[in-house]
Design a protein around this ligand. Structure first.
Ligand SMILES: [Zn+2]
Length: 197
């Protein structure tokens, strides 16, 4: 952009200042800048470590890396639970056991048992997966998921790193969020069964 400006100035300048003088000073500076700026950018680009394009949301999760789930915990999973939580799979819509589930209680991580969501935050989104407008405490992390040609925010269990689903900014409640979770990554605990909520 500034090169274009310089040329314009030169063209105008030719009317009052001898052309040779302009050429000798400004063209040298221009050449140096024109060469050095792209060169600096190239060196900078090469020196940068390879990073995902969007990292701001995943900084928290990168700082507190989840523990690797124990072999025993993984061996208890059904093939679908393993596929969803460990291989970032997605169960087909309207097939999971909790999308149309309205009982009062807690939804825990199927791998490590961390309390992720409660029935109080569950709502009918119509999308075919259990949907919540918020998660419990510090139990859920988000990270950018760029697969399938989309930019989505993946949600994972902070404790064990299990893939849960995605969170979207189109929730109908005051949080404005829709945590769209796979039933296969959840384990429901009825309110009366465990300790009081
Ligand atoms: Zn977990």
């Amino acid at each position: 952009m500034w090169i274009t400006t310089e040329i314009t100035e030169d063209t105008e300048g030719k009317l009052s200042i001898p052309p040779m003088k302009i050429f000798s000073v400004s063209s040298v500076v221009k050449t140096i800048l024109a060469v050095s700026i792209p060169l600096c950018l190239l060196i900078y680009a090469l020196a940068m470590p390879h990073k995902p394009t969007m990292t701001n949301k995943s900084e928290n999760s990168a700082a507190a890396k989840p523990d690797k789930p124990a072999e025993a915990a993984l061996s208890k999973l059904t093939p679908e639970q393993f596929y969803v939580t460990q291989q970032k799979g997605t169960e087909p819509a309207f097939t999971g056991k909790y999308w149309n589930h309205h009982e009062a209680g807690k939804y825990r991580c199927v791998v490590c048992g961390a309390e992720l969501f409660t029935s109080d935050s569950k709502f009918d989104s119509g999308c075919g997966w259990p949907s919540f407008d918020r998660h419990q405490g510090n139990t859920v992390d988000t990270q950018i998921d760029s697969t399938h040609g989309m930019q989505r925010e993946e949600i994972i269990c902070r404790k064990c790193g299990a893939h849960l689903g995605h969170v979207f900014p189109d929730g109908p409640t005051d949080t404005g969020l829709r945590y769209c979770v796979n039933s296969a990554s959840l384990d429901f605990e009825p309110k009366d069964a465990g300790e009081k909520k």
